[in-house]
Design a protein around this ligand. Sequence first.
Ligand code: GAF
Length: 379
Amino acid sequence: MPADNHALELAGTAAAAFRDAYGTEPEGLWASPGRVNLIGEHTDYNDGFVMPFALPFYAVVAAARADQWSFHSTYGDGETRTSASLDGVDGWAAYLAGTAWALNESGYPVGPTRLALHSDVPVGGGLSSSAAIECAVLIALADLYGHDIDRAEAARIAQKAENEYVGAPTGVLDQSASLLCEAGRVMFMDCRDLSREQVPFDLAAEGLAMLVVDTQAPHRHADGEYAQRRADCEEAARQLGVASLRDAPKHAKLDDERLNRRMHHVVTENERALKTAEILRSGRVRGIGELLTASHTSLRYDYEVSSVELDCAVDAALGAGALGARMTGGGFGGSAIALVEADAIAKIEDAVTGAAAQAGLPAPRIFTARAAQGAHRVA
Ligand code: GAF
């Protein structure tokens, strides 16, 4: 499959950054995208269902084998770090070093490499900027060191980098999306075994569009809260005597009110994801709107991971006629999505921007999403 055009443009910058930093040519260029999750939120670490599609924002890595590890990025002041080993690398470079470490730990040995990273996945936008970096580095190192790794296994390895090296206790959604999504498709995936189906997703053909509203709101206490939600789910599953909330009986009830709400979100979100897939398969795309909105309500009240900015964007989009809207990703800031009639884009954008201004919130960045290509070698 040819490289995504936008990934190709970014690759030019990554290659130039590599030359500036190291004075030599890279051996190749690899790109991996950010994502939107259409539905199936906070279900991945409960063995549930997710439905991401890739966005045409990419992390691109230029790389060449060398005698020591070097990490360069166009973030910030374009810093280069060198390291004799993969131990204790921190900050943005941890995503690169951690991925190399996870490959080694997983039986795919990789050696010292020079890497230069350029990415336009918005950082902190809830669109999976860190997984995009990990996955770009992973396919780069796998190619350079001759490892043919199944993409689902690769997603688990990138997740290991995030969990055990970077230290964020995330599920497998973001890495799977970045590595496995296909252009023009939304991926319906069962996180229990990573089995998946690529469902056609051509909104323009239906006269529809998906708006992404990046609220520009910084994540607040996100890491601790995320870990707390995971712990709640594990405790709820333990009390029910099931391996994960995926297996919670339909009308189960727990004495603890908070755990009960967490469980209710996961159970109903899995049902919504299944229904969304069914509706999309039958080609009745408009029918998913209500499910998206119900997902947001559940995340807002039962799971408590939304924010003032996300609620403002969702309410304003719905008020201006969106067919459905919800937060996407981990929450506590980041981005919302809205399914809209194509001829209502401007009206809904204005309503969302106006509502943020009126509430004294940061001006959101709004764009129309297309389902882009997953991780691939660019050159
Ligand atoms: C974040 C995590 F990284 C994912 O694993 C997933 O849990 C998501 O939040 C919520 O669905 O993006």
